[in-house]
Write a protein that binds this ligand. Structure first.
Ligand SMILES: [Fe+2]
Length: 185
């Protein structure tokens, strides 16, 4: 008998476990794809937390530079969110499993947890800069190592997207920590 009743509450065991890669015909060895997925998942987890840090600081920003920082941090958050998707889809392209659940990402990230409350503006800007540098150092190292294993695509993503975006955002943020008068008396 036919029925249009959906079969709800379906359950299955995992069909691919985290930390494994399927074989795709992309001319990269199993070891190269495993290694790249491991490195990318760390960058992915860190980038998810950098995105969240940008959003938190976008919301709780204070003081006379509130408006410009409120807007700038949201722009950077959007760019980091785009990176999250690009990195995750690279993991899938390599046959891996991208870190998705934020509780899983929290187990992997090296970005320090901020206090739940509000810090002053220079401290919040510094916190973002420090998170950026953690990711940049890791991305530089990962880029050099994956290219040695023949994974040009992952190296290109890390260099042209993760590193270039991060460096530019660091520039825009760091200029807010320069003490300069608005006018000379
Ligand atoms: Fe907003």
């Amino acid at each position: 008998m036919t029925s249009s009743q959906p079969h709800l509450h379906q359950k299955s065991p995992e069909i691919q476990q985290f930390g494994t890669v399927t074989q795709l015909p992309i001319a990269l060895s199993h070891d190269a794809r495993m290694y790249a997925c491991q490195r990318l998942n760390r960058v992915l987890a860190d980038t998810q937390f950098l995105y969240a840090l940008y959003k938190k600081h976008h919301w709780v920003m204070r003081g006379p530079t509130f408006y410009q920082l409120h807007l700038l941090l949201d722009k950077h958050a959007e760019e980091q969110q785009t990176l999250v998707d690009v990195i995750a889809e690279r993991v899938q392209t390599l046959g891996g499993v991208a870190v998705g659940d934020p509780r899983h990402a929290a187990e992997i990230t090296e970005v320090p947890r901020p206090p739940d409350g509000v810090e002053n503006v220079p401290t919040m800007v510094s916190r973002l800069l420090e998170a950026h540098e953690i990711i940049l150092a890791d991305a530089h190292d990962a880029a050099a190592r994956v290219v040695a294993l023949g994974d040009d695509g992952t190296q290109d993503l890390l260099v042209s997207q993760v590193i270039r975006t991060g460096e530019s955002q660091v520039w825009f943020l760091a200029e807010h920590l320069v003490v300069t008068p608005l006018a000379q008396g």
